[in-house]
Design a protein around this ligand. Structure first.
Ligand SMILES: Cc1cc2nc3c(=O)[nH]c(=O)nc-3n(C[C@H](O)[C@H](O)[C@H](O)COP(=O)(O)OP(=O)(O)OC[C@H]3O[C@@H](n4cnc5c(N)ncnc54)[C@H](O)[C@@H]3O)c2cc1C
Ligand code: FES
Length: 511
């Protein structure tokens, strides 16, 4: 999305730098010509890779080196320093790598190296499937298809999505794209040609309504049938709709798809006042984006503080003042009871004028297909550590999947972009017969104006909340603990510590 521009102050790595300038375990940024390069030293080896993450261009020099990998400070993508491969989503494309020469105590970066072929994985169990069908063209479905082809899977891939747009960067729909600060070409995860080039049969407006598990065939609402050898369900979640009188009017919206976002943007062009229902992540990101468009925004929510249930009262209070500083007017501990034309009537008796109403009041996992097919469900589709459902050959990933989380030892389901993508990737490997457990620590981020909140781990309940740093100064890290154990960490501008917390949780679960 953003071009590399080498800074004049960065050392010219073609001219060489002293090895002593790079301590063991250290990293620095330099350039060769116009390209910014990250150098990382590990013992006697020095690696040279692209300095920016291929997700949103995060500065890898501010990330964390773990063994022969580097993790991005912004949303925790992980790259192999030897091969450049994007090992963990949300980055899917590799970083470039360069040849490094060490001579007379100097390090020189030479020419760019070609991308190596992926290393063959271990043995697979069973026969390689001839045809894999993916239901869902979102985070999990796309990441699965991409991983299948990255693994050089030669069989057929059919991706069925009832959306009318190819897979999009959904988090952007409530952030830059909605705010009008990112062009629409930022939104697709890949250009249209990616699918034909990779022989991924992406079918849009294809609504799957039945799975015949004994004959391994799915049925679409148009009557067509598609056989599969392995099936991935990645149907995501759908927004809960307002059920009050007047909620069916054309200026009342939910936000999930690119189509929803385009409609909201169109109306936002002439709207002067908006009411956002719900003070959750999506609701407040929408509020921030509409404020960027200089629309008056009122947020109505039953909560005492925004996001308190997930982030705790202190961070909730901070989020509230942050939005108030940007002009958002909150109506907390209140709900809307009717929308009469442009008038939103609240339980408290207040009435708000709204040219535009956006409801961000939660989502429900789309599990009807699984229920009808007799798969085990429990407020989500129950999967094992390999993301396989109760029916062999059918896998589930993303917002619909409830999996055994090794970190909490509980069956959990989350609605996070990075988790959905990583589950799609793991499910892809397991559909090919690898036995890879899904062990990633859940991670999400949320962006409010210029403030990112990063959250790693999973804490539905906690009995202690330890705050490090200063929340008001936007420099803090909060540890959510239960019985003395850290279950999750939320932070603002403490990216390395957030990455370190992730690593500690991984190591704790592996011990
Ligand atoms: C506006 C917005 C902003 C967000 N921001 C963030 C963020 O900042 N950070 C974060 O961590 N998470 C964020 N999320 C959540 C994140 O996007 C989801 O967790 C993620 O998209 C889940 O991926 P998924 O593949 O499970 O489902 P989805 O991405 O929703 O994909 C589901 C797909 O299945 C298709 N489908 C459903 N039913 C059928 C059917 N019967 N037949 C055919 N196709 C079907 C849908 O059309 C869709 O293509 C955001 C979500 C939204 C809506
Ligand atoms: S910018 Fe690196 S993970 Fe998002």
């Amino acid at each position: 999305m953003i071009q590399d521009h080498a800074k004049a102050s960065d050392p010219d790595l073609a001219q060489g730098i002293a090895l002593t300038e790079l301590v063991d375990g250290g990293k620095l940024v330099g350039h060769v010509g116009d390209e910014q390069i990250l150098l990382v030293r590990r013992g006697i080896e020095v690696f040279a890779v692209g300095a920016h993450c291929t997700h949103y261009h995060g500065p890898l020099v501010d990330g964390l080196v773990v063994d022969d990998t580097v993790r991005c400070p912004w949303h925790h993508a992980c790259f192999d320093l030897r091969t450049g491969e994007a090992l963990c989503a949300p980055a899917l494309s590799p970083v470039a790598r360069w040849l490094v020469e060490q001579r007379d105590g100097q390090i020189f970066v030479r020419e760019r190296r070609p991308q190596p072929k992926p290393k063959p994985r271990g043995k697979v169990s069973g026969k390689i499937p001839e045809k894999i069908v993916i239901v869902g063209g979102g985070a999990a479905g796309f990441a699965a298809a991409e991983r299948l082809r990255r693994e050089k899977y030669q069989g057929g891939i059919v991706m069925l999505s009832n959306d009318d747009a190819p897979p999009v960067d959904r988090p952007n729909l409530s952030k830059e794209y909605l705010a009008g600060t990112a062009p629409e070409n930022w939104v697709p995860l890949r250009p249209d040609r990616f699918y034909s080039k990779n022989a991924i049969d992406l079918q849009l407006k294809a609504n799957v309504n039945n799975i015949d598990t004994p004959s391994r065939e799915i049925a679409l609402t148009d009557g067509s049938k598609v056989p599969y050898d392995r099936l991935l369900l990645a149907t995501g979640a759908e927004p809960v709709r307002l059920s009050i009188p007047g909620a069916d009017q054309p200026h009342v919206h939910t936000l999930r798809s690119l189509g929803d976002c385009r409609t909201i943007i169109e109306q936002a062009k002439t709207a002067r006042r908006a009411v956002v229902m719900g003070a959750s992540f999506i609701g407040l990101e929408v509020a921030a984006s509409l404020r960027t468009r200089e629309i008056e925004v009122h947020v109505v929510a039953p909560d005492k503080r925004p996001m308190e249930r997930i982030l705790g009262p202190q961070l909730g209070e901070f989020v509230r003042s942050l939005h108030e500083e940007h002009g958002v007017i909150f109506h907390l501990e209140d709900t809307a009871i009717t929308i009469d034309g442009k008038q939103v009537k609240l339980k408290s008796g207040n009435t708000l004028e709204a040219d535009l109403v956006v409801a961000g009041i939660g989502v429900r996992p789309r599990i009807e297909l699984a229920e009808k097919a007799g798969l085990a469900v429990d407020r989500g589709i129950v999967v094992n550590a390999y993301l396989e459902t109760s029916v062999p050959g059918i896998f589930a990933a993303g917002d619909i999947a409830r999996w055994p989380d090794p970190h909490t030892s509980e069956l959990i389901r989350v609605e996070h972009w990075v988790v959905a993508e990583r589950q799609g990737q793991t499910a892809a490997l397991n559909m090919l017969g690898h036995r890879e457990k899904f062990i990633a620590v859940p991670f999400f981020w949320s962006q409010h104006y210029d403030i990112p909140i990063n959250y790693v781990g999973h804490a539905e309940k906690w009995d202690d909340l330890a705050i490090e740093g200063d929340i008001a100064a936007k420099d803090c890290l909060l540890r959510f603990k239960r019985s003395g154990r850290t279950l999750a960490v939320a932070s603002i501008f403490r990216d390395v510590e957030n990455l370190q917390a992730e690593l500690a949780m991984e190591r704790e679960a592996a011990a």
